[in-house]
Design a protein around this ligand. Structure first.
Ligand code: PMT
Length: 218
């Protein structure tokens, strides 16, 4: 019987990848399976939180008792999350949101003709940074998926996006991160760093939520 530490707390979580359409049949995306975000939603719900999960396209069954909003693109995820953030106490950005999208979506399937195809990309809005700069502002937790200089880039995102906490995820290590069953994280606040060792994503989610609660209550 998990403790009900999160009773009365409303949490908004993003999970999974986004798909950025190129034409009616093609898209650009990444390897996120949604498992980490769904584990967070399940752990938070079991701890008594009221959970809203904004999910990109994944092959997972939503945890019972969680309100799920399904989206495809980064722009859709941005709208779904920012329009709901004011009604939540905590925001956790676990989704692997595409940083760029094709500037225009072709009306018809692009035909194979030239030897090269150039797709111009434009920047997507940053969901996490926009929510962290909004009013009323929920307590904001980011993830940082990095393949090098993990601590440096994670701390940079913590300050640049004005977050309360950031969970650095080394995605170059095998057996953790994108589409893996396990994960390990290092969680940075402005003052400290706490390591959550390799474990199932549900165990890691519970450990992360315990840390979040300590900082949220401060
Ligand atoms: O889904 P799984 O297969 O279980 O894998 C889990 C995971 C590796 C995807 C997850 O643990 C993780 O690290 N998620 C963040 C992935 C990511 O895109 O990180 P980033 O460093 O590019 O982005 C930094 C933060 O900004 C993230 O909180 C991200 O959600 C957020 N962001 C990024 C771009 C954008 N346009 N809007 C955002 O909100």
């Amino acid at each position: 019987n998990p403790s009900q530490d999160y009773a009365g707390i409303r949490i908004l979580i993003t999970a999974g990848p986004t798909r950025e359409p190129i034409d009616p049949v093609r898209y650009l995306s990444n390897h996120s399976s949604g498992k980490m975000g769904y584990a967070l939603a399940q752990a938070a719900q079991q701890a008594g939180a009221k959970v809203t999960l904004v999910s990109g396209p994944v092959n997972l069954t939503p945890p019972a008792g969680v309100a799920v909003v399904k989206v495809m693109s980064a722009l859709e995820m941005h709208h779904a999350a920012t329009s709901r953030s004011a009604e939540h106490d905590i925001f956790i950005g676990c989704a692997a949101v595409a940083d760029y999208r094709p500037e225009s979506v072709a009306d018809n399937k692009i035909k194979k003709s030239n030897d090269e195809l150039v797709v111009k990309m434009v920047k997507n809005p940053d969901i996490l940074a926009d929510i962290a700069n909004s009013e009323p502002r929920p307590f904001c937790v980011g993830f940082a998926a990095e393949t090098q200089d993990v601590e440096h880039y994670a701390k940079d995102k913590l300050t640049r996006k004005k977050l309360d906490l950031i969970a650095a995820n080394d995605v170059a290590k095998t057996g953790q991160g994108f589409n893996a069953e396990h994960n390990s994280l290092t969680v940075f606040s402005k003052t400290d760093a706490i390591h959550i060792p390799l474990a199932s994503k549900l165990d890691v989610a519970n450990a992360l939520l315990s840390l979040v609660l300590i900082h949220y209550k401060k």
